[in-house]
Design a protein around this ligand. Structure first.
Ligand SMILES: NC(=O)c1ccc[n+]([C@@H]2O[C@H](COP(=O)([O-])OP(=O)(O)OC[C@H]3O[C@@H](n4cnc5c(N)ncnc54)[C@H](OP(=O)(O)O)[C@@H]3O)[C@@H](O)[C@H]2O)c1
Length: 230
């Protein structure tokens, strides 16, 4: 088994590169046909990761919605939906959040050692809490997930997580959906933050696919030699 899972970053953004709006609780960037596509991608993964801010702001369920896809997973000996993963430094996560309540698959929370006892006291009944040193490093998270049998990881945001996976060169694939409108408010969260990215003007990311899905467009970038691995 590889030392880290095949890692696919999935993101919807506005034309001006925002993931959300500063005012609306949860901004709908995509359309129904694309949500359906994302559901199929989810169903093909072993784990889905989001940052703690996304758990707090969006309260996502992160389940496979299609009954047929859930049944197919169960027939393959898998839980109906992938394992859920989040990371936190402050540990301010509600055990009643949908992330923890929805679905039968295990949930894993990675946090730094100094807060591990507090996070375990808060979330230990609804999740496995893994402390990974003085801070959480995404490579360590990937290696730990690999050791737990995760071969395919989908990272669904937010921007802080995408930034860390991309700058650490841990992404094999980026699926970026561009929604047909502008947010135009720098208080909103961008797709990524500042950092040194492996993909620059001199080293351009290979564009593997462009697909129109109704009024949005999917851009698929091949970010490693593993791109396209099943
Ligand atoms: N358009 C899309 O596709 C999409 C998808 C997902 C989310 N979003 C939007 O993105 C926004 C959130 O994005 P975001 O960038 O602010 O946050 P995020 O990436 O969802 O989460 C950031 C949080 O994750 C934890 N974290 C991140 N790196 C860590 C590390 N190395 N070690 C330990 N903990 C770590 C911290 O949690 P603590 O604060 O708990 O310490 C941090 O505040 C939401 O508004 C959501 O709507 C959009």
């Amino acid at each position: 088994m590889a030392d880290r899972p095949y890692t696919l970053l999935s993101c919807g953004m506005s034309i001006d590169g925002y993931l959300d709006s500063a005012d609306v609780a949860r901004l709908r960037l995509s359309n129904d046909a694309d949500f359906e596509r994302v559901d199929a991608v989810r169903a093909g993964c072993d784990a889905i990761a989001v940052g703690a801010a996304t758990v707090r702001n969006d309260n996502p369920r992160l389940l496979v919605r299609s009954a047929e896809r859930r049944a197919q997973r169960v027939a393959r000996g898998l839980p109906p939906s992938p394992l859920k993963v989040t990371v936190t430094r402050c540990g301010d996560l509600d055990p009643e959040a949908e992330f923890f309540r929805a679905g039968e698959a295990p949930k894993i929370v990675y946090c730094p050692a100094p807060v591990a006892a507090r996070v375990r006291a808060r979330l230990g009944e609804v999740a496995t809490v893994v402390c990974s040193g003085p801070d959480v490093d995404m490579r360590t998270v990937c290696e730990d997930l690999s050791a737990r049998g995760v071969n395919r990881l989908m990272v669904e945001g937010g921007g802080t997580l995408h930034t860390q996976f991309l700058t650490a060169d841990l992404a094999d694939e980026l699926q970026l959906v561009v929604a047909p409108f502008f947010v135009g408010d720098s208080r909103a969260r961008r797709f990524v933050g500042d950092g040194r990215y492996p993909w620059t003007a001199e080293r351009r990311a290979p564009l593997a696919e462009v697909r129109q899905i109704g009024d949005v467009v999917l851009l698929r970038y091949a970010l490693s030699r593993r791109f396209g691995e099943e």
